[in-house]
Design a binder for this molecule. Structure first.
Ligand code: G6P
Ligand code: MN
Length: 453
């Protein structure tokens, strides 16, 4: 079984490899191919993996290449984990948005749109290349904004591309702990888009435990989302939102916090990763260094978000388990061994949310086995949630249209109609500055506006 990782020089690859090393079962991954544009990062990560594999019998073989076709040929699974314009680009997204008084978060609002506008053309080219060079491979997209990028790729790969995120499963685990229940026995009724979903029911043997949880202040106080949103708001919603909904429900406070922050999230990560890759190039002890830096990184996860909510800057239930790599591995295992599993994934809607068309990528519980990934039936979303999902999906569709037709008008529409961008003039200035700062956006032309679809 051969796994190819696009973005193989990335910071999270050692976590994926660690999960692969722990997998001893039949049908496991035996070969890993790392692909990256940056040979130096590839070499640094290659060193970490070699260190991890030491003393592990039958560790998956690792090869590295900067040739995309070579990387894809013969792959059974392809992970797509790229970052167009790097963390430096993410910092530009954040700063420009902050200067206009709107959110520049990686996946939400103006920042997510800018990131989407430069990522979709690259992800589309990759999807086309995969369709040619590895037509039977399963493609697992980690690249943010994950829902939007998965939808762009699905136009070329159909249902063979699946987008993943760790936040729905992490929410499920935290809720299970708060309920004192075994997470494997719970069925989560969760639906929406990536980073825009709501947990509306939690079934144990057919009985919904969420109403009791919502009624229990102590239990709500015991986990992240309970504290982040507060008991009163959760009861008013009758659901538990994904942690990223905080950017919508506390937009004003978070914009103010971003304005006052000394460093943005990307600036923090740039500094940390620079130190990390530099250490890897010089030290003989890559692994111990790596773990220290990982812990530091996770401790500050969503720090600005939490600080604005008056929470301590730590918050992950368990920084080193249950992340992306575990969702990805569970998905590969269910497909490769035909062991049916239910996972919350980003897939084409196919009738699941009645107010969206079949091709819209949504984040919902799915049944996974050797035949592929199929969304399960979910209950209807309440009006306020459906309205937000429709509005954000319309903005995503405008990004896809901008990328497909090179249309600056569509890019403007993506920004101006997003619920977290409150002025068309602001959207116009954002687009102008993003275009100046990112050569990747040169494809956007001032063509005659296409009629809004
Ligand atoms: C969560 C989100 C991801 C995001 C990650 C890291 O896991 O689900 O989509 O990439 O956090 O965020 P960071 O700010 O550490 O890059
Ligand atoms: Mn995510």
């Amino acid at each position: 079984m051969r796994l190819t990782i696009l973005g193989g020089g990335g910071f999270r690859v050692p976590l994926i490899y660690r999960a692969l090393l722990a997998d001893r079962a039949e049908g496991r991954v035996t070969d890993v191919t790392l692909y990256d544009l940056d040979a130096t990062r590839l070499a640094a990560i290659g060193r970490v993996l070699a260190e991890q594999a030491r003393d592990v019998p039958d560790a998956p073989r690792v090869t590295a290449t900067t040739d995309l076709v070579e990387a894809l040929t013969g792959a059974d699974f392809v992970f797509v984990a790229i970052r167009v314009a790097g963390l430096e680009g993410r910092a530009i997204d954040e700063r420009i948005a902050a200067a206009e008084g709107v959110l520049g978060q990686e996946t939400v609002g103006a920042g997510g749109i800018s990131y989407g506008l430069r990522t979709v053309p690259v992800a589309t080219a990759i999807a086309r290349r995969i369709a040619e060079s590895a037509p039977d491979a399963w493609v697992i997209n980690f690249t943010n904004p994950a829902g939007l990028v998965t939808e762009a790729m699905s136009r070329h790969l159909g249902d063979r591309v699946v987008g993943i995120c760790d936040t729905p499963a992490a929410l499920g685990r935290r809720v299970a702990t708060a309920l004192g229940a075994d997470p494997h026995r719970l069925r989560l009724d969760y639906a929406g888009l990536n980073h825009l979903g709501w947990l509306r029911a939690v079934y144990l043997d057919g009985r919904d435990l969420l109403p009791a949880l919502l009624a229990d202040d102590g239990a709500l106080e015991s986990f992240d989302e309970g504290r982040l949103f507060g008991a009163e708001w959760l009861r008013a919603l009758g659901a538990i939102p994904n942690e990223y909904l905080h950017y919508y429900y506390s937009n004003r406070e978070l914009v103010a916090a971003a304005r006052d922050a000394a460093a943005t999230r990307a600036e923090f990560l740039i500094d940390q990763q620079r130190r990390c890759y530099a250490l890897l190039a010089t030290t003989a002890e890559p692994l111990s260094t790596w773990s220290v830096i990982r812990a530091e990184r996770d401790g500050t996860y969503m720090a600005e978000n939490r600080a604005a909510a008056g929470l301590a800057p730590t918050g992950r239930d368990h920084p080193t388990s249950g992340g992306y790599e575990d969702v990805a591995l569970a998905l590969m295992r269910a497909i490769a061994r035909d062991e049916p599993a239910t996972l919350i994934l980003n897939v084409r809607n196919r009738g699941t949310l009645g107010f969206l068309d079949d091709d819209a990528v949504v984040e919902v519980p799915c049944t996974v086995d050797a035949r592929g990934v199929r969304p399960e039936l979910v209950g209807p979303l309440p009006d306020h949630a459906a309205a937000l999902v429709c509005s954000v999906k319309a903005s995503e569709r405008a990004v896809l249209d901008a990328a497909e037709h090179g249309s600056r008008a569509s890019a403007l529409r993506a920004l101006a109609t997003h619920p977290l961008v409150d002025s068309v003039a602001v959207a116009g200035r954002l687009l102008e500055v993003y275009r100046q700062r990112f050569p990747e956006l040169a494809y956007l032309k001032a063509t005659v506006p296409r009629r809004s679809p």
